[in-house]
Write a protein that binds this ligand. Structure first.
Ligand code: ADP
Ligand code: MG
Length: 728
């Protein structure tokens, strides 16, 4: 009888790092497969080029006739690079990317080839996508969805296919994907931030949100990954005893990268650069076989596209190297999980990072304005921000003692805390000349120096200021960044609009000078958003209690956390900022609840199957060996056998006990699943899966893991933690 685990292990012994040839200087590889400015100039008419640039920079519409010219240039470029097909590339709410490839050419009945790629094909497509989740939107309106070109994210060639980034919307205009609401949120924050930035510099005409994600992931040998049905079907291990050595020695972090992984990373980086993903850093992470990859930050929409594309490139490249990437937030119990830190800031068309202090007091006041408004925005909408990162998989990471808790708070460091404390004392109304000078010289003016030696790092904070950007750390490694970015930019847009209104009102009514008005409003904001600021240990129980007293939300589980997506406050916010309407909010909520239920349901089935069909039979087989042994001893020694076989008999009893526990728990879990499946309402069903089905996982796992420790290693069918984590 073959044991898939042992065969997989044997296979890994023969692995060698794949030879990866350098394909030239890294800088020469950058964007070779992207229809960037340079290729556009080369392959497009001047008129078409100007029109696309106008669309990118000013959001102008592209004329249909011009679209024909753009399409023909794009096709010429793509063909020159060997592309034979094109696809509208989009991000449906399934969490991956979707594409349907069409050839550039088609033959007619007379045998002539006709051109299939014109402006029409570039601008709009119907992806026949009735199987993508829409939360009922499509049924309600009996409308089909279509994809529409997003000129702000450049087309690229992936394999032999020209990929055109698109949004996916219904014919009635509702967003069916991640990108459409993100683009609307980015527009909202552009408008609001530009109007506020104009207080400080009249030349600002556009503000871009910037995003630099840091992608954490695990890499394990492909054969080992495929030997585990739980990894194949749910992306994580549902059972498995912790290895004798875990990460307690901290010897993996920043250690030398294993050679197979190194050649994987080298190939991956070259592929990324060709696609225009500006990857920059790579290193080991805390857990064994855990790594991280980070790019240079970009405009947020592009960065989101690049992250989703990256995840696909990572998958494909890993396969070539006989590796499997685990994007799951918690693939191994008891070992650090993976996140995707979202570094975020706002940047003007004049090249200024609005969250970086400047060289003059006025520039620093600008920094403080955006800094304090962001804190205030998080303070007002912490629960929605928490909802934006909620998923069945991230639930295993948040609050798991090594990741940010489910409570959102903002960390700013001791130095900036001091600055805000001083600003809180600014007098109401007009400021005396003395106070103004003092503020400018001693408080605002000192910020750059103060920040220069700001070495404060608080890894336990879910939302931390890190010198010139905020870092949203609670985002899951598997997540599409669009969701948290849509929420963050929307709440900041809303907050900046309020701010502008309040400052303008003070200037008009109380005839305060502009800077006096700004100080006055900021002072009140600092006071109003104290509850969200926390500098201590975010993992501690003390904080959980304190946060409760402060009235911060602590929604540990997804079905609970998602409620904030459809609260009155959220719907009003999204409608006011023209990001989503009520139908879209409700549809998304519905989709996420269903996704939660499905994920737990799948895991529950897989776990039941592994426990009953893999673990129990092997335990029985081993138990039978023990029974034979005891019988043999009895035959030989008659009376004395009890003493001689006492250990074996003990084991036989324990094995029976664990088998019985597993069996009854699996049965009870199936019963709960049946009950849950009969529930109609998505919320109630998801709640049932969360509260009634999920709790069995730990019990079943506990007993399976005990058996793993008892059963003969040669028989055990599931690849063990030590084998998956320490095979290099
Ligand atoms: P760290 O702060 O983690 O020590 P870095 O300062 O290099 O390291 O930044 C980490 C990530 O933050 C990188 O992905 C980087 O691109 C991103 N980042 C840096 N500045 C900005 C910014 N202004 N806006 C968005 N992301 C940024
Ligand atoms: Mg970081």
């Amino acid at each position: 009888m073959s044991n898939i685990r042992l065969e997989a292990i044997k296979e890994t012994f023969n692995r060698k790092p794949l030879e990866v040839a350098e394909q030239g200087k890294r800088s020469d590889l950058f964007q070779v497969n992207v229809f960037n400015e340079m290729s556009m100039r080369q392959f497009m008419t001047k008129e078409a080029f100007t029109s696309v640039m106008d669309a990118i920079v000013h959001g102008k519409k592209i004329d249909r006739k011009i679209a024909d010219q753009v399409a023909s240039g794009m096709k010429a470029w793509a063909s020159s690079k060997g592309a034979t097909h094109y696809t509208h590339w989009f991000q449906p709410l399934t969490g991956t990317t979707a594409e349907k490839h069409d050839a550039f050419f088609e033959t007619q009945s007379d045998g002539q080839a006709i051109e299939k790629f014109g402006g029409g094909q570039l601008v709009q497509q119907e992806p026949d996508a009735s199987s993508f989740p829409s939360g009922g939107i499509r049924n309600t309106f009996e409308a089909r969805g279509y994809t529409a070109w997003d000129p702000t994210s450049p087309a690229f060639i992936y394999g032999t296919t020209l990929c055109i980034p698109t949004v996916f919307v219904s014919y009635t205009g509702e967003a069916l994907d991640y990108k459409a609401p993100l683009l609307r949120a980015l527009q909202a924050v552009d408008q609001a931030a530009t109007s506020v930035a104009k207080y400080f510099d009249k030349n600002v005409t556009k503000v871009n949100a910037t995003l630099g994600w840091e992608q954490e992931y695990f890499l394990i040998d492909k054969a080992l990954a495929y030997s585990r049905p739980d990894i194949v079907l749910s992306g994580r291990t549902l059972l498995g005893h912790s290895p004798a050595k875990g990460q307690q020695l901290d010897d993996h972090y920043f250690g030398s990268i294993p050679s197979r992984v190194m050649s994987y990373m080298r190939e991956l980086e070259m592929e990324c650069l060709k696609l225009g993903i500006p990857v920059k850093t790579r290193h080991n992470e805390v857990a064994p076989n855990q790594f991280e990859l980070a790019p240079i930050f970009e405009e947020a929409n592009l960065a989101v596209d690049h992250n989703t594309l990256l995840m696909d490139v990572m998958d494909k490249t890993a396969d070539k190297h006989n590796l499997k990437v685990l994007f799951h937030e918690k693939p191994f119990a008891g070992i650090n999980g993976s996140g995707k830190h979202n570094n975020w800031s706002l940047s003007t068309n004049t090249g200024v990072n609005l969250l970086a202090p400047g060289s003059t007091p006025m520039k620093n006041l600008q920094f403080l304005t955006f800094f304090i408004n962001t804190i205030k925005a998080v303070n007002e909408h912490e629960e929605l921000l928490r909802a934006s990162i909620a998923s069945a998989t991230n639930d295993h990471r948040l609050g798991a003692n090594e990741a940010p808790p489910a409570i959102i708070s903002v960390f700013i460091g001791a130095q900036l805390t001091k600055v805000l404390d001083e600003l809180e004392d600014v007098s109401k109304g007009k400021l005396s000349p003395q106070e103004k000078t003092d503020l400018k010289l001693n408080v605002v003016g000192k910020i750059p120096d103060v920040l220069l030696d700001n070495t404060d790092r608080n890894r336990t904070s879910p939302f931390a200021f890190t010198g010139n950007k905020f870092e949203f750390r609670a985002v899951g490694s598997k997540a599409n960044c669009a969701n948290p970015m849509t929420v963050l930019n929307t709440i900041v847009a809303k907050q900046l609009m309020e701010f502008k209104k309040e400052v303008d009102a003070l200037v008009a009514k109380k005839s305060l000078k502009k800077d006096e008005a700004i100080f006055n409003v900021l002072r009140e904001y600092i006071k109003a958003s104290k509850k969200i600021r926390f500098e201590g240990d975010g993992y501690s129980l003390v904080w959980e209690k304190e946060a409760g007293k402060r009235g911060l939300s602590n929604n540990r589980k997804t079905p609970e956390a998602l409620k904030a997506m459809v609260s009155k406050k959220t719907i009003e916010l999204f409608e006011e900022m023209s990001v989503m309407n009520k139908i879209e909010c409700e549809a998304r909520h519905e989709i996420e609840l269903e996704e939660y239920t499905l994920k737990v349901q799948i895991e529950s089935r897989v776990l039941g199957d592994i426990a009953r069909n893999h673990v129990i039979p092997i335990a029985i087989r081993y138990q039978n060996t023990l029974i034979d042994n005891v019988r043999g001893l009895k035959d030989i020694f008659s009376k004395e056998y009890k003493k001689l076989a006492s250990e074996q008999m003990d084991l036989i009893e324990h094995i029976s006990y664990h088998i019985a526990e597993i069996n009854s728990s699996v049965s009870a879990m199936i019963e709960e699943r049946k009950k849950a499946n009969k529930l109609e309402k998505s919320q109630i069903k998801a709640d049932a899966y969360c509260e009634k089905v999920l709790p069995f996982f730990d019990t079943i796992r506990y007993h399976c893991d005990k058996l793993e420790l008892m059963v003969d290693d040669d028989l055990w069918p599931l690849t063990k933690y030590r084998e998956m984590l320490f095979t290099k």
